[in-house]
Design a protein around this ligand. Structure first.
Ligand code: BJ8
Length: 429
């Protein structure tokens, strides 16, 4: 891929040598983690192709969209309504990073005890490795955890492109009113950047595109409830990660084709792992691309991941945007829809416990692994309540705190293997 895109990467100001090194490492990791899986659905080929071109063809498409008058809007949080961006002729791109890159550079701006996700997006930019940040016309941040809201100050200093939305800490009426106003403020900001005005028609078209994407992701999620599982957790995670980058209409069509194949697998009892393989729900911090670490450990240790109670996962698609009749109504409904995302940055956040319970039973999970990035205070705190909720259902619970490095792989694998043994014993009893 590299030769054909060198000029484009150079024009975006990437560090060409470091960037080629990164692509080579990622390609090896993908080969070892993804392409070595047995019995994958054929239609995963499309998603393999998207990954192979994630810094190539997709960036060509974004730059072409800019020439055609569209604007690229980067986001870090699913609270930012994607419909609003599309309705104002924008292209929405998720910017979270899931690799341990540029940490030394990042630590010149942010404290060492910052989570890997924040260090990752700062590091990617500072090391000259992120064509998405370079292509973006506007980057929308939000006041979620302390780390993110302070990092955005630095990120704005570095990129000059950051706009921050104020997210409430509580979900009551005052919080809802604040957030509705923030969504309205974002609409004004996007209009200013794109030079376009909101229309009810434009909003309806955008709502259809994003709701269809959510429905396809819901369909995938439902298919994972079958035993044997028709698709690996690794592949399902990858699809969820790609949903933040790919063209939404094409993505939805390709995902529905894959789901048709999975329907056939379910009918014929074909799985990626044998019936009775221990089934695990993962709950916690988001796993940005290319963070495949925990799924890989679980699935290379004899288990299968059947769902993610996470923002790269169920929280992103579980609720559709309802119908609306005017621009004001649409803005309120978009704001209210995102308020159903049960992020640990809220207090209290007991609805997340209900989500974990519901997903565990719908997906027939036999145990829950709580995953939090090191230094992610909100999710590390909520692990305590999650343990109580999961154990009250009679299911085993494992708490994992890790980062993007590979140093603790051996130790994590030992803990996960022991956890899977408990699930097997539970199934035998
Ligand atoms: S709605 S989870 S996408 S804020 S891992 S940066 S919380 S210290 S990402 Fe998130 Fe929106 Fe919430 Fe979802 Fe902070 Fe934790 Fe780091 Fe995190």
């Amino acid at each position: 891929m590299a030769e054909g895109y060198r000029d484009m990467w150079g024009s975006l100001g990437l560090n060409l040598e470091a960037h080629e090194g990164l692509l080579a490492v990622l390609s090896d990791a993908y080969q070892n983690i993804y392409l070595s899986q047995k019995n994958r659905p054929k239609r995963m080929q499309y998603f393999d192709f998207v990954i192979s071109e994630v810094h190539g063809q997709r960036i060509v498409e974004l730059l072409k969209a800019k020439i055609d008058g569209k604007h690229i809007i980067g986001t870090f949080c699913i609270y930012v309504p994607e419909e609003l961006i599309l309705a104002l002729d924008g292209v929405a791109i998720g910017l979270c990073a899931g690799a341990d890159v540029g940490a030394e550079e990042a630590e010149k701006y942010i404290p060492r005890n910052t989570c890997a996700l924040i260090k990752g997006f700062m590091g990617f930019k500072l090391a000259g490795l992120c064509p998405y940040v370079e292509s973006a016309d506007l980057i929308v941040g939000e006041t979620t955890c302390d780390g993110k809201k302070k990092a955005y100050e630095m990120f704005h200093q570095i990129t000059g492109k950051v706009y921050v939305m104020e997210l409430p800490n509580k979900k009551g009426d005052d919080g809802r009113a604040l957030w509705r106003n923030e969504v309205k403020r974002l609409a004004d900001k996007l209009s200013e950047v794109t030079g376009k005005q909101l229309t009810v028609d434009g909003l309806k078209k955008a709502a259809t595109v994003v709701n269809e994407k959510r429905k396809a992701l819901q369909r995938l999620s439902e298919l994972r409830s079958h035993d044997p599982a028709p698709i690996s957790g690794l592949d399902a995670l990858l699809i969820n990660q790609i949903s933040f980058y790919d063209d939404p209409i094409r993505f939805t069509a390709k995902l529905n084709e894959l789901c048709d194949e999975l329907d056939e697998r379910v009918k014929s009892g074909t799985g990626v792992a044998a019936k009775g393989t221990p089934r695990v729900l993962i709950s916690g911090s988001p796993m940005a691309i290319p963070n495949w670490k925990l799924h890989y450990i679980v699935e290379s240790s004899g288990g299968i991941v059947v769902g993610e109670e996470a923002c790269v996962g169920e929280r992103n698609f579980k609720d559709l945007l309802p119908e609306f009749s005017s621009i004001g109504d649409a803005v309120e409904k978009m704001a209210d829809r995102s308020m159903t995302v049960n992020c640990a940055c809220f207090t209290p956040n007991d609805e997340r416990m209900t989500d974990i319970e519901t997903m565990s039973s719908t997906l027939q999970a036999q145990g829950v692994i709580h995953y939090a990035l090191q230094f992610c205070t909100p999710y590390l705190y909520e692990a305590y309540k999650a343990k109580g909720a999961v154990e009250a259902m009679g299911l085993p619970f494992l708490k994992i705190e890790t980062d993007y490095s590979m140093e603790d792989m051996g130790q994590l694998k030992t803990r996960v293997e022991a956890f899977l043994e408990i699930l097997k014993e539970g199934a035998r009893a």
